[in-house]
Design a protein around this ligand. Structure first.
Ligand SMILES: [Zn+2]
Length: 104
């Protein structure tokens, strides 16, 4: 099994968030990295994003899925049809990535 690249460097991970925020057209005000026990990330309606430090060590594709999921929540607060539509628009293979993440 090939080892997939992770972001490792917090600055690189944050850079990925800024790029995605610009692409999706949402405003992220703060990015925090901290240990989280039961989830990968959370975001507040005013754009304060908290990411689990574990994400630094996951394959980029999975971390990217988590980032896009959280940022799309700034457009749609729930996981309904519209949310899924945005996910598919930005990450066409998001369901595969979600499955991989669940299997970790
Ligand atoms: Zn969610």
């Amino acid at each position: 099994m090939k080892t997939e690249k992770a972001w490792d460097n917090p600055m690189d991970l944050k850079g990925a968030v800024w790029q995605w925020a610009e692409r999706i057209g949402v405003e992220v005000r703060e990015i925090h990295l901290r240990e989280m026990r039961r989830k990968w990330a959370s975001i507040s309606t005013n754009g304060r994003l908290t990411l689990n430090t574990e994400l630094l060590h996951l394959p980029e594709a999975l971390t990217e899925f988590v980032i896009v999921h959280e940022l799309v929540h700034l457009l749609v607060p729930n996981h309904g049809k519209l949310f899924k539509g945005y996910m598919t628009a930005y990450l066409p293979d998001w369901e595969d990535r979600q499955e991989r993440l669940k299997m970790l």
